[in-house]
Design a protein around this ligand. Structure first.
Ligand SMILES: [Zn+2]
Length: 323
């Protein structure tokens, strides 16, 4: 089997794992700190398991040698294989990773209820909402349940990984965090920044006691700015990023431009998010409904924050119009 383990520095090894998803392979990182640490795991598939096993074997390691697994966010391509590392490894991640990883039924059902109402308010036909629910369930099947041993938050140092600090980087996922090695600005950033594709700021339901949905694109922009001084970023997919500042500025600029394209596409009459999504992404929206919907609403949030568009509710449905 072709090697997918690359030593990136004295203590960092990149292990690339296949996924059955459109995004392609996922990068996980083995860090030889005081604790033998793995950042992200790959999905729960036989191919991913085999690849991980072989890559670890190249370093004379096996699943049970991993002492700590830090999970950047709850998406199945990053956390699915966690079961293989238990019970030996401890798991560290954001508080918002917890209900996903634990497969908290109450949380899942609240989230589904939120999305049902939310999509309907934004003009998504019922059959499409059901289809999105089905693909979300399909996606979550690539994970096994586990509990989080250590909750990480902004500024935390990690026991077992001296010199690395936690940055909360919400936007792509509410549970998203990144790690930065303070002495040289090296980051392991999951899906927060990817060189060859722009990360989607996926819409999520409120968590715990929250009452409003998070405005994920706005969060994402702020969290990108936090990483502007990183010297090198190891990413969850694709190549490492050698010029983070340039890429971050490019991404922020691209969002500003895209927001204006959405504004032009809106036309002069009130329009619902789903209709605008269909106008902006003819055809793609059919296969990638949730992602294109998130892109559309995210940019509307940005325009609304700038006072360029406003939202109005009429008979339980939400319409956007130029302000
Ligand atoms: Zn992701």
């Amino acid at each position: 089997m072709k090697t997918t383990m690359i030593q990136r520095s004295k203590e960092i090894y990149q292990i690339t794992i296949p996924t059955p998803f459109l995004v392609g392979p996922v990068n996980t990182y083995l860090i030889k700190g005081d604790a033998l640490t793995l950042v992200d795991t790959g999905p729960k598939t036989a191919e991913a398991r085999e690849q991980m096993e072989n890559s670890l074997a190249e370093l004379n390691l096996s699943f049970k040698d991993i002492e700590l697994v830090v999970l950047t966010h709850h998406h199945p391509d990053h956390v699915g294989l966690i079961g293989e590392f238990l019970p030996n490894a401890k798991i560290a991640g954001h508080l918002k990773l917890k209900p996903w990883l634990e497969k908290d039924e109450q949380f899942y059902s609240r989230t589904r209820q939120f999305f049902y109402r939310f999509y309907r308010e934004h003009g998504v036909p019922e059959s499409w909402v059901r289809e999105m629910d089905r693909s979300q369930n399909y996606y979550m099947d690539f994970t096994s349940p586990a509990s989080v041993d250590f909750i990480l938050e902004e500024g935390d140092l990690i026991d077992g990984l001296p010199g690395w600090r936690v940055l909360e980087t919400p936007g792509h996922a509410q549970s998203h965090l990144s790690l930065i090695r303070e002495k040289d600005g090296t980051m392991v950033a999951g899906d927060h920044l990817i060189e060859h594709i722009s990360s989607n700021a996926i819409i999520e339901a409120p968590y715990f006691n929250e009452t409003e949905r998070p405005k994920t694109l706005l969060q994402y922009r702020e969290a990108l700015k936090k990483c502007i001084n990183a010297s090198l970023i190891f990413s969850g997919h694709g190549s490492m990023i050698r010029k983070p500042k340039e890429l971050i500025e490019e991404r922020i600029h691209a969002m500003d431009k895209k927001a204006q394209v959405f504004k032009r596409k809106m036309g002069e009459d009130p329009i619902q998010v789903f209709s605008l999504c269909q106008k902006m992404y003819p055809e793609i929206y059919r296969k990638q409904t949730a992602l294109t919907f998130s892109e559309t609403l995210g940019h509307l949030d940005l325009l609304e924050e700038r006072g360029e568009v406003k939202a109005e509710r009429s008979e339980g449905e939400i319409y956007y119009m130029k302000a």
